[in-house]
Design a protein around this ligand. Sequence first.
Ligand SMILES: O=P(O)(O)O[C@H]1O[C@H](CO)[C@@H](O)[C@H]1O
Ligand SMILES: Nc1nc2[nH]cnc2c(=O)[nH]1
Length: 306
Amino acid sequence: MDATLQALRGLVPRELQNPRVGIICGSGLSGLAASLRQSVLVSYAELPGFVQSTVPGHKSSLAFGLMGSGAGVPVVAMLGRFHPYEGHKLSSVVYPVRVMAKMGVKNIIITNAAGALNPELTVGTIVVVHDHIALPNLTGMNPLLGPQTDPSLPRFLPLSDAYSRLLRKLVFRAAHDLSIERDALAEGTYAWVSGPTYETAAEGRFLRAAGADVVGMSTVPEVLAAREEGMNVLVLSLVTNAVVIPASYQSVRDEFEAEIAGVSTKTVVEEVVSHEEVLALGRLKGDLMKSLVEKVLDLLPSNTQQ
Ligand SMILES: O=P(O)(O)O[C@H]1O[C@H](CO)[C@@H](O)[C@H]1O
Ligand SMILES: Nc1nc2[nH]cnc2c(=O)[nH]1
């Protein structure tokens, strides 16, 4: 950690060395940082302890700068995050969050691209996350497992208040001030899965039955580390696709038997999701996400520490 902080002190101008807000840009959402003023980019390759992002739509740099109107708020943004499915250790996945904490970040805005499990969520909606289901956490893949990085941090971290109510409400105020239509935003629960495979229909049905609204392969490890470090957390999920959950299984036996009986049948075309589709949606809705985040920064009370 000391080596990383020392490298940053050498690479980032003094006035940007104490960011107030951290931002993590999800798949295809690195454009979020386009409006940073006085921005300085630091490649992950220059930072001891950082790994590289290998996923298309994720860069590998930290961006420091000022964001929002007026004098602006000093922020540090991760242009590209790390996922366990890339082969990164969970401790590496959350390392940048710990670095942000040591630089003084008190509020973190984590964005991601996610698939909708809730049939009421349309593609393009931004979901303000208020809770999560993390099957990996429940089954032994928790980034906080093992010896503590800092014994002064809590060993048993409560998560019932993980998603800051104040920050969530600010998003709705921001949308209201920007006259963003009501249906563009929703609230929901994020399911974290390891990936890199997308869900089968049965898995989608299972996660939906468990109460999740959206599903993705990131975010929760970062939330855990951020909460452990005492930060206020806001998570915004952009719905990039619907997880296909057919209401019923269409039997191939029925289909076959109809065929041999000479009865015409409708061929079922199974829809599939692709990362290209996820990235395309990120590009399409990137500006909306950017305006929302900028406005949240404008509205952030100057004393937000809790
Ligand atoms: O969560 P982010 O990094 O936004 O990316 C999401 O999009 C990728 C799949 O298309 C997965 O990495 C999933 O987690
Ligand atoms: N697991 C998962 N991650 C995603 N990221 C974007 N879309 C999806 C999805 O449908 N499933």
